[in-house]
Design a protein around this ligand. Structure first.
Ligand code: 5GP
Ligand code: MN
Length: 336
C-alpha cells in the first residue's frame, strides 16, 4: 500500500507510467485518462494511455488522443509498456475483468497500481485508491486528485481542462443527473477558466452524428421500443441486422437508452443490443430501483445504481424475455 506522501515522492521523479481504463471507453473513461495524461506529461513522466478496445470517433478529438494505444491492435507493445511501468493508473473501473485480457497483465505487473474511480465495491488489486461513489464522473476525481491531493491546480491547463470537462459532461448526462452537485459546477467553472470551451466540447461530442445514426435512432424509437406500463418499464431491443443495415458502430448506440427512460412515468429502461457474439444490455433506472443488482444478478454485469450494464450469450429474444421475467421481483419499487 502507498500513502499520499510516498505517491507524491514517486511522482516527483520522471517515471514510466501506464494509464488504462475500461473496455469500450466512454467519455468519462477517455476524458479522465487523457486529462491525467496531459497533467503527468507536464511533470516529465513517460506516459502512455492504453485502452483495452477501440472507442468512438466522437471521443477521438481530445488533446493527446494521437498518443493513445489500443491494446487489441498493439498487443506486444502494450504488454511491454505494462511490464516496464513503474506506475499504472486504473481509471474509471473497479475490477480487472473490466479491462479484458489486459487484466491479467496489469494484475501480474509489479507497478504500483493507482485506482481512481467512482464505481461501487472495487476489487482489491490497487496500491493506492482515490475513490468516491458519490462523484458524478471519474473526471471529477481526477480534478480533485490533481488540484487537492497533489496540490497542482496550476497544472490544470487547457488540455487537461478540456479532457476533464468532457468526462464530467458525458457522465453527468450534460449536468442533469442527481449527482451533479454544486461542487461539480464549481469544478466545471474552474475547468472553463482553465481553457475548456463548453459549447465546443458539447458540439464535438453530441452534434457529431452520422445521418445513419439518426435514422437508426428513428427505427429504435418507432419500431423497437416496447413500453410495459404495468411495470413502468421500457425496452428497446435491436438486432445485429438493424446494426448492419445502418452501419452502426458500438459507440453510436450510447445514450439511446435514455430516450426510453424519458417517457413520463417510466422508471426502468433497457437498451438490449445483439452484437457479434453476445447480447449487451444498458440499463437505466430512477430512484431506488437497483439497475446494478439486476445486471449483476441476471446479466453478468454491474455498475451504478441508476446506470448499469450487462452481457449475455443467450439470444436476443431470450435476453428480452429474461429481462421481462424479472420485473415482477422489482414490482413494488417500479410502481411506487
Ligand atoms: P453502459 O450502459 O453505458 O454500457 O454502462 C453503464 C455503466 O454500467 C458503466 O458506466 C459501467 O459502470 C457499468 N457497466 C456496463 N457494462 C458492464 C459490465 O459488463 N460489467 C460491469 N460490472 N459493469 C458494467
Ligand atoms: Mn465514469
Amino acid at each position: 500500500m502507498l500513502d499520499i506522501a510516498s505517491l507524491t515522492e514517486l511522482l516527483a521523479q520522471p517515471q514510466k507510467i501506464v494509464i488504462t481504463t475500461h473496455h469500450k471507453p466512454d467519455g468519462d473513461a477517455m476524458g479522465s485518462s487523457l486529462g491525467l495524461y496531459n497533467y503527468l506529461i507536464q511533470l516529465g513522466h513517460h506516459v502512455k494511455v492504453i485502452t483495452p478496445t477501440d472507442y468512438p470517433d466522437y471521443l477521438s478529438w481530445m488533446p493527446g488522443n494521437e498518443t493513445v494505444i489500443i491494446y487489441t491492435d498493439n498487443l506486444a507493445e502494450a504488454a511491454t509498456l505494462i511490464a516496464e511501468a513503474k506506475i499504472i493508473f486504473c481509471i474509471d473501473f473497479n475490477a480487472l475483468g473490466r479491462i479484458n485480457d489486459m487484466g491479467a497483465l496489469v494484475g501480474k505487473s509489479e507497478a504500483f497500481k493507482i485506482l481512481i474511480d467512482h464505481h461501487l465495491e472495487p476489487e482489491d488489486f490497487d496500491d493506492y485508491r482515490y475513490w468516491d461513489i458519490k462523484a458524478c464522473a471519474t473526471a471529477q476525481l481526477i480534478y480533485k486528485f490533481i488540484a487537492e491531493e497533489l496540490g497542482h491546480k496550476e497544472l490544470i491547463n487547457k488540455e487537461v481542462a478540456t479532457c476533464l470537462y468532457t468526462g464530467i459532461m458525458t457522465d453527468s448526462a450534460s449536468f442533469s443527473l442527481p449527482n451533479t452537485t454544486s461542487e461539480v459546477h464549481r469544478i466545471t467553472a474552474d475547468l472553463m477558466d482553465a481553457g475548456a470551451v463548453n459549447w465546443q466540447i458539447n458540439d464535438l461530442v453530441y452534434n457529431n452524428s452520422s445521418e445513419n445514426r439518426l435514422r437508426f435512432l428513428g427505427i429504435c424509437l418507432s419500431q423497437r421500443l416496447e413500453v410495459l406500463y404495468e411495470y413502468n418499464t421500457a425496452i428497446i431491443a435491436v438486432s445485429k441486422q438493424d446494426l448492419e443495415k445502418y452501419e452502426i458502430t458500438t459507440g453510436e448506440t450510447e445514450g439511446i437508452v435514455n430516450y426510453a427512460l424519458s417517457i413520463a412515468g417510466i422508471r426502468l429502461a433497457a437498451f438490449i443490443v445483439e452484437r457479434a457474439n453476445e447480447v449487451k444490455l444498458s440499463v437505466r433506472s430512477r430512484g431506488e430501483i437497483p439497475a446494478n443488482d439486476i445486471c449483476k444478478k441476471y446479466f453478468n454485469g454491474g455498475g451504478h445504481r441508476n446506470a448499469s450494464g450487462g452481457i449475455s450469450t443467450d439470444s436476443l429474444e431470450q435476453v428480452v424475455n429474461k429481462f421481462k421475467s424479472i420485473l415482477p421481483e422489482y414490482k413494488t419499487l417500479l410502481i411506487k
